[in-house]
Design a protein around this ligand. Structure first.
Ligand code: ADP
Ligand code: MG
Length: 240
């Protein structure tokens, strides 16, 4: 579903992604973990071309994302993204946040878009908040709205970049539960998170990334009980 080959990315002199090779199969959940500044966010952003890459190829469902133009908006819709900071449109209702993409990019009729949006809001448990504005919702509700908004584009892959890091502890579970449900439904997911419970429950693969490189790739069980590299063991000793 997602194939990265020899992906390289620089910010000026800084080599942020160093020859990344990574394959994510259809229906697979991959957790990306690693120290701050290691390139995890840049990796996510490069997969849907929020960041251009300087070398290598990225294929999503067999298609290379074009650098720009109309095609990009359509193909980008294949990759849903959820950020740490929710990024909802503050002056639109939750329902409008969810219907905007389908109406503008996928040319879905308004009534149909609203029907589908209400189903998604139901699925993430916030249908009752549809007419409210983002600021009227809790952080956990806002993040679930952001997930519904991404799903409304019917993506083939969902990227989550530290989706629970900005949440109060009591709201983490409601967001992880929605993500676990998505994984169980067969969504292909790339999730940057340090939530080990989620990794163990939902992921087939853990990718440990540091200094722009994939240092280790293994099953959650192997990684958390028996990391192969000193770098990973050192990291785990700090977060456990
Ligand atoms: P992570 O998500 O693992 O914390 P990032 O992908 O955010 O890592 O960052 C990787 C490196 O790239 C860091 O050194 C960061 O400071 C740098 N970086 C990220 N975004 C930019 C940018 N827009 N311009 C310059 N440097 C950046
Ligand atoms: Mg990051």
């Amino acid at each position: 579903m997602v194939v990265l080959e020899h992906v390289n990315k620089y910010f000026g002199e800084l080599h942020v992604l160093k020859d990344i090779d990574l394959t994510i199969n259809r229906g697979e959940v991959v957790v990306v973990i690693g120290p701050s500044g290691g390139g995890k966010s840049t990796l996510c952003r490069s997969i849907n071309r929020l960041e251009p890459i300087d070398g290598g190829t990225i294929l999503v469902d067999g298609a290379k994302l074009p650098e720009e133009g109309k095609q990009l908006a359509r193909l980008r819709a294949d990759v849903g993204m959820v950020f740490q900071s929710f990024n909802l449109f503050a002056h639109k209702t939750i329902l409008q946040n969810v219907t905007l993409g389908p109406i503008k990019v996928r040319k879905v009729a308004k009534a149909e878009a609203e029907k589908q949006a209400m189903e998604l809001l139901e699925r993430v448990g916030i249908a009752a908040q549809a007419e409210k504005f983002p600021a009227q919702l809790s952080g956990g509700q806002q993040q679930r709205a952001a997930i519904a908004r991404a799903l409304a584009m019917k993506p083939k892959v969902m990227l989550f970049d530290e989706p629970t890091s900005a949440l109060d502890p009591e709201m983490v579970k409601e967001v992880l539960d929605v993500m676990t449900g998505l994984a169980a439904d067969g969504m292909t997911m790339i999730v940057v998170t340090h939530e080990m419970g989620f990794a163990r429950r939902a992921a087939q693969k853990v990718v440990f990334m540091a200094d722009g490189q994939i240092v280790e790739e293994s099953t959650p069980d192997e990684f958390f009980t028996n990391a192969r590299t000193e770098r990973a063991r050192d990291f785990l000793s700090k977060i456990l």
